[in-house]
Design a protein around this ligand. Sequence first.
Ligand code: AMP
Ligand code: ZN
Length: 434
Amino acid sequence: MFWDKDTETLDRNSLHNLQLQLLRKSVEQAGKSPCYGKMFRSEGISPEKIKSLDDIRRIPFITKDTLRENYPYGFLAVPKEKIVRMHSSSGTTGRATVIFHTAQDINEWAGLVARCMYMAGVREHDIFQNMMGYGLFTGGLGFHYGAEKLGAMVIPSGAGNSRRQIMLMQEFDTTVIHIIPSYALHLIETFREVGVDPRKDLKLKIAFIGAEPHTEETRLRIEAAYGVKAYNSYGLSEMNGPGVAFECQQQSGLHVWEDSYIVEVVDPKTLEPVQDGQEGEAVFTSLKREGMPLLRYRTRDIVYRYPDPCPCGRTHRRISRIKGRTDDMLIVKGVNMFPIQIEKTLMAIPEVGTNFLILLDTVDDNDFMTVRVEVSAEMFRGDMKGLEKLRKMMADELRSELLVTPRVELVEPDTLPKTEGKAVRVIDNRKQWG
Ligand code: AMP
Ligand code: ZN
C-alpha cells in the first residue's frame, strides 16, 4: 500500500520531532565519511549538538564544487563493498558529480517514487512507459524501481526513438508515461506525422514531467495534446533523483517528502533564510541516505515555499515549480532574465510549435538576442503577411515580459536541433570580456 496516510498526513509537530531524530542520525552517519568527519571535527559538530531543527544552521553548506573537489569517494559514509549502485548528475555545468547508493538507499528511494506515483493515481493495473534515459541519469532507473515496487507493468522504453515509443503506446495500451517536457512537446509533432491522436487513439491518463524547468503553459499544452493530467516531478541526483518533491492531484505546488528531506530556502547571496512565498535557492538535507548522506546541499534551483497547507490533506510542505537555476539566469543588455520567461510567453501563443532556441551574440560590442521559434507549418503556406504579423506580435509580447526586444525569427517545424535529454535552450556566443 503506497498511500502512507500516517506519514503523509502527520501533524507538523510530530513531523518536526521525526525530522530532528532523523537529522541527528544523518549527522552521525555523514560523520563516517572522510569529508564530513573532517568538517565536523573542525566545526565541533556532533549529533548531540543538534538540539533543535534550527541547529541545522550550524552545519556548513555544500555545493557541486564541494562534491567535485572530493570526487569521487570523499562523501562515502560506508565501506565500498556496501555500495550497490552509482549514478551521476547530468553534468550540464561542468564535470558530473557521482552519487553512491546502498541496497537500503535504493529501497528507500523506490519507496518514495512509488509514493509519488500512487499520489498521482497510478495503480497496479497501470502500464507505465518510462521514456527517460536509462543509465547514469537518475530519471530512468529511479522511476523504474518505484513503478515496479508499486506493481505497475513497466515498459522501459528509454529516451528517444519517437516512432517506436508511439508504437509501444498503441500496442500495449500504455496508461502512464514519464517524459521530459521538452521531449513531450517534440513528440506531439511525431504523433501528427504518423497520424495518431493520443487523445482518441491511446489509453493515456497520466504523464509525469520533470528533470528540467518548464512552465504552466507547457504543462497545459502537454495535457491538451495527450489527453492526460501532467504532474511535475522534481528531484536531483544528490538527493537520490526523482521522488524528492512531487505534485499531488491538486497540481498546485510540489510536496517535499519531509520524512526524508529537510528543505530550506535561502537568499543565494546572503545565504540567510527567506520567508515563505519569497523566492530563493532550495537547499536540501537528506535524512535517510546511508551510502552518501549530504547535508545542506545548495541546489542552485530557484523556488519559493507555499505558506499554506495543501487541500489534499498532506502536511508535507510544498515548493513552487522551479523557475530555473541561479546559473541559468541570463544578463542581456544589463537586464536579468530566465529562459523560462521566454518559454512562458511563447507557449501561450497558439501558432507556436514545439521548439525554440535563444541565441546570444555580441554585435558592435553590444548584446544581441535572437529568439528562433518553430511555428506551425500552415503559417508558411499562406502569404508572408500573416507570418510577419505573428513575428511582430511575438517580439512585442517578449519585450513586455523581458524588457528587452529580441530579434524573432520564425522557422518551420523540425528545423531546430532536438535533444532526447534535457533541452538546450540557450546558445551564448557572446564575447567574454576581461
Ligand atoms: P540531475 O543533475 O540530473 O540530478 O538533475 C537535477 C536538476 O534537474 C535539478 O537540480 C534541477 O535543476 C533540474 N530539475 C529536476 N527536476 C525538475 C523539475 N521538475 N523542474 C525543474 N527543474 C528540474
Ligand atoms: Zn497536496
